[in-house]
Design a binder for this molecule. Sequence first.
Ligand code: HEM
Length: 168
Amino acid sequence: MIVHPLTDDDLANRSDLLTRDDVELLVRSFYRYAAMDELLGPIFAAAHVAWDDHVATLTDFWAWQLLGERGYTGQPLRAHEPVQARTPFADAHYERWLDLFVSTVDEHFVGDIAELAKHRATKMASALRKLLNGEHGAANEPIELTFATSPAAPCASAPTTYGGKHGR
Ligand code: HEM
């Protein structure tokens, strides 16, 4: 796993994740690391990921999760079923994905929304693991989502599920 050591200056200059540009920076940085990672890289390579499309989709996804912006209309957990059919996910993959995501958030951001990003990622990694391991009902587990009217109150959230269509 590649993680940049943070200097005191880096740490002092971080702020919270507040705009769509911030979300895109997080997404681009994370997938740059993921693509180069010795464990995760081969999964993305086998899936022939179109990176520009993937970054755009994931920016929509996280902008929805963290800023309450509507736009993402996919099925974030079920979308992994064909990926996992090609290259089975092991516990080490989920752990690496989460370690990398948390270190990327920490590398760039600090604050409530940065914490929310790590919390959401942890919940979804756990739901994804259950779904792909065939634990019944995992895709329909209610997990809170933001739909924030105010980034100041990111936890005032509407329950929904990760299994179905959403957006509009
Ligand atoms: C073992 C961990 C994971 C691996 C290896 C993985 C890998 C992948 C791959 C290969 C794709 C397909 C990309 C494409 O075809 O363009 C994908 C899509 C996606 N992943 Fe993951 N992923 C993991 C965990 C997660 C987690 C925990 C989340 C959420 C926090 C997540 C969110 C998404 C989303 C939103 C998409 C796009 C779905 C769509 O097309 O609408 N992934 N992932």
